[in-house]
Design a protein around this ligand. Structure first.
Ligand code: UD1
Length: 430
């Protein structure tokens, strides 16, 4: 089992290059199978979730050529099956995008029920409601979602909750439906816009992505494209909070600063300095981090995927902070781990009441999910002494070369598999 070992206490200093957005890329890979022509996807993050999805589409016959670590060419003219029961696919949440993509293209899809991070019950009723509104039958049998339609007809769909996944999934299927679809109460996240742009570059007719009403005029077929995925807002935010928590000075490069506004606003509130450039943001930490209040909300609010990272930082900021999680109900599982490092956090329902402590102390901890895992790495970087983190497989789902990027900023962090390697690391960093 791989672990991270960290010796904390070094401020992160230097530049870091952000990879493509995992959550946009997952939907974009799914969208690529909706044409028989070749699709080239660039700035694709080389992370486990993406690689599992690529293997899954190869499993149903697509031809995937890796042109480089971050660029693939996908030829889907050879797809011979609409059944995706590849054993790993259920481990990634976004396996559900294959439903929308296959339903749109072949009017039929059978995909294993999605898994992903265990951060609360994650229903897919809005996805199903959307597919049904387009005229599809949807059944769940033996852990598979089966959907089919004689024809897909555009429809007017009101989403009962703001859902990134349901918005994108319905957009995928509706791109190839007959007639017009209107999605109301749509999610406005940057990756919804990125997927719409990608589909439009394939000949789709989607307007309004980024607002809460998306209008889609179905087309009969999609064509080839070359598309570059937007930068990962959450990876960028993770490095920004890592800079703050270690009182460092980091230039976070290859980002769209507008997508980071909710994150930069909170960093300013807690006392950091921010310098914004066209495609980069510098975060300069301070010895006097201050408490604040934050509530997670759909975009443009503060992202739930950044909740653990800000909480870890607030737990070493002066005063009492309140963090309210309004998207997923089970997203404070890292709190027990953090308590072992000295944090003082009380969770009541969907609220964490955080009393700042002066410092963390290194401990042996486990990553409970992807973003909480990254947040615990931040805690380890800020802590006195050594921290080892188990279950880093979660972190590898979504962060490309995480330990390499952190090491380049001066962090003492290594991926290890044996006690011997741990001892070597301890001797090396002293
Ligand atoms: C996506 C992201 C995830 C992020 C989340 C919210 C991917 C692969 N994952 O997840 O990292 O944390 O957006 O920004 O892009 N809901 C329903 N019914 C549905 C769908 C969702 O009730 O059919 C609820 C969920 O339980 C949750 C809320 O809606 O409370 C938002 O979920 P959603 O935006 O769909 O999250 P995901 O797309 O799963």
């Amino acid at each position: 089992m791989e672990q991270y070992i960290i010796k904390g206490g070094e401020p992160l200093i230097g530049d870091v290059e952000i990879s493509g957005a995992k959550n946009a890329a997952l939907a974009i890979v799914a969208a690529a199978i909706m044409t028989d022509e070749k699709v080239v996807i660039d700035n694709l993050p080389d992370v486990r979730d993406i690689n599992v999805l690529l293997q899954a589409i190869e499993g149903i016959g697509a031809n995937v050529v890796r042109k480089s670590a971050n660029c693939v060419e996908i030829d889907s003219s050879t797809i011979h099956s609409v059944r995706v029961d590849y054993e790993y696919i259920k481990k990634i949440r976004a396996s559900y995008y294959l439903l929308g993509a296959l339903l749109g293209k072949f009017h039929r899809a059978e995909v294993a029920l999605p898994g992903g991070c265990n951060i609360g019950s994650r229903p897919i009723d809005q996805h199903i409601k959307g597919f049904k509104a387009l005229g599809a039958d949807v059944d769940i049998e033996y852990g598979m979602i089966m959907t089919s339609a004689d024809e897909l007809i555009g429809s007017h769909i009101y989403m009962d909750v703001v859902s990134v996944g349901a918005t994108i999934n319905v957009m995928l299927a509706a791109a190839l439906a007959d007639g017009r679809t209107i999605i109301e109460n749509a999610a406005k996240e940057p990756h919804v816009v990125d997927v719409a742009n990608m589909l439009n570059s394939m000949g789709a007719n989607i307007k309004g992505a980024g607002t809460d009403v998306i209008r889609i005029k179905g087309v009969s077929k999609l064509h080839s494209t070359e598309y570059s995925v937007i930068p990962d807002q959450i990876e960028a935010g993770t490095f920004m909070f890592a800079a703050a928590a270690t009182k460092g000075n980091v230039l976070v490069k290859n980002v769209i600063p507008k997508h980071l506004e909710a994150i930069t606003a909170k960093l300013l509130e807690i006392g950091c300095c921010i310098e914004e450039y066209d495609d980069a943001v510098r975060v300069i930490g301070t010895d006097n981090l201050k408490a604040t209040q934050v509530k997670t909300l759909p975009y443009p609010g503060f992202p739930t995927d950044m909740q653990p990272q800000i909480a870890v930082t607030l737990a070493m900021s002066k005063g009492t902070s309140i963090v309210t999680e309004s998207i997923f109900e089970n997203r404070f599982k890292y709190v027990d781990e953090l308590a072992r490092m000295g944090a003082d956090i009380k969770v009541e329902g969907n609220t964490a009441i955080i009393t700042g402590v002066d410092r963390y102390m290194g401990a042996q901890i486990s990553a409970p999910d992807l973003r909480a895992g990254a947040a615990l790495v931040i805690a380890g970087l800020a802590a006195e002494g050594f921290t080892t983190i188990d279950d880093i497989v979660y972190i590898q789902r979504g962060y490309e070369k995480f330990e390499e990027k952190l090491s380049a900023l001066g962090a003492h962090i290594e991926k290890i598999s044996t006690e011997h390697e741990a001892q070597k690391f301890r001797l090396k960093v002293g």
